[in-house]
Design a protein around this ligand. Structure first.
Ligand SMILES: Cc1ncc(COP(=O)(O)O)c(C=O)c1O
Length: 369
């Protein structure tokens, strides 16, 4: 069949998400599975969000309020900004899409780090843009190298801070220097999907730059990770009023569903849940580091709710072996790291099970037992 396809869309390689529990259950017939592959929150849905969702159920035959005014008000208060500076998305992925659709014309350039969130190149490509990357330095963004790629065609810069899949972060000092050099006409997207898990003293909150007047900065946040609502798909961007109102023009009505709106509002108020999630991640990271040390594996210290670890051997047989033991983790070949896996922090018992199984499978793979 002939249709006038666009070559840059024909060339798109679809994004491969972490394998869903249901899919693996169907395929392998394993009933009890632990998913540590998509950086979700192992605490489940927050009790406050759960109650809000139950209350909403009888009203689901109505469309939601398209602009989600109650949630916007709550977020504005939470972050100390105006509601006009916030745009909501069907996951923060949708804000990435708004940015590319609203800012890119064919041939325009987008710049990021080599080993970062794969949705940035994907959406850039779909919008006809050219994606350029600077090499990483010790698994972290090298903002000096990245800055050198910026030219007259550059419209957008994506910096995931902390970064996925490496868990590394850009420091306050380095980010401030970078932002002071980038021209106002280039939009800098600071993707803070994992910010709630970052506890390093020199980890910079992007919002501060915005509040200090950096009109070209947009900060992305999500309810998928620290707030445990990945299945509802809700995230948001905070930027200058001018940029946000411009992005609103490409947002479809009702992009954020009614359940996501009420659950997000309730989750935002559930401070006890957030604290529990943060503690769990902090302790989980330390537990995994110790486990990897014992197994003699190199890993990257993380400011997020996952850890990237080098198995020193092809990751595929290990990922498959873990799957057969009921553990779903993420191979990261798509990021050019064929010997690494990325494992999300789970509940303590899940982390223990993971280290135990990893030990067993690595011994087998290396022929020691
Ligand atoms: C760096 C980064 N940004 C954005 C997202 C998208 O999150 P969501 O669309 O669920 O809000 C993810 C999800 O894994 C991520 O790792």
């Amino acid at each position: 069949m002939f249709f006038p396809s666009k070559p840059y869309i024909d060339q798109v390689v679809p994004y491969e998400p972490g394998r869903p529990i249901e899919e693996v259950q169907r395929e392998l017939g394993i009933r009890h599975l632990v998913k540590l592959a998509s950086n979700e929150n192992p605490l489940g849905v927050s009790p406050k969000a759960r109650r809000a969702l139950q209350k909403l159920l009888p009203n689901l035959h109505y469309y939601p309020e398209s602009t989600a005014p109650e949630l916007l008000k709550a977020l504005a208060k939470y972050h100390g900004v105006s509601g006009k500076q916030i745009i909501l998305g069907n996951g923060s992925n949708e804000i990435i899409e708004f940015l590319c659709r609203a800012l890119l014309s064919e041939g325009d350039e987008v710049v990021s780090g080599e080993c970062s969130f794969l949705v940035y190149p994907l959406i850039t490509q779909i919008c006809g843009g050219r994606f350029r990357v600077s090499p990483m330095k010790d698994f972290a963004y090298d903002l000096d190298a990245l800055g050198r790629l910026i030219n007259a065609k550059t419209r957008l810069v994506f910096i995931a801070n902390p970064n996925n899949p490496t868990g590394t972060y850009v420091t306050q000092q380095v980010l401030a220097r970078f932002l002071s050099k980038v021209g106002e006409e280039v939009i800098v997207c600071l993707d803070e999907a994992y910010a709630d898990f970052a506890d390093a003293k020199d980890y910079p909150r992007g919002l501060n730059y915005l509040k200090q007047g950096a009109g070209n900065v947009i900060v992305l946040r999500t309810f998928s990770k620290s707030h445990g609502l990945a299945g509802l798909r809700i995230g948001y961007g905070i930027g200058s009023e001018r940029l946000i109102q411009y992005l609103q023009k490409v947002r479809q009505p009702f992009n954020v569903n009614a359940a996501a709106q009420v659950a997000a509002r309730a989750a935002l108020e559930d401070k006890a849940y957030l604290r529990r999630a943060q503690k769990l991640v902090k302790q989980g990271r330390m537990f995994l580091y110790k486990g990897f040390d014992r197994l003699g594996l190199k890993y990257v210290r993380s400011q997020a709710n996952f850890v990237l670890v080098d198995l020193g051997t092809d990751s595929k047989p290990v990922v498959d072996g873990l799957l057969k033991k009921g553990l779903i983790v993420r191979g990261v070949k798509a990021y050019n790291l064929p010997t690494f896996i990325r494992v999300s922090i789970g509940l303590p018992a899940q982390n223990t099970q993971f280290i135990k199984m990893l030990d067993l499978i690595l011994r087998r793979t290396k022929g020691e037992s």
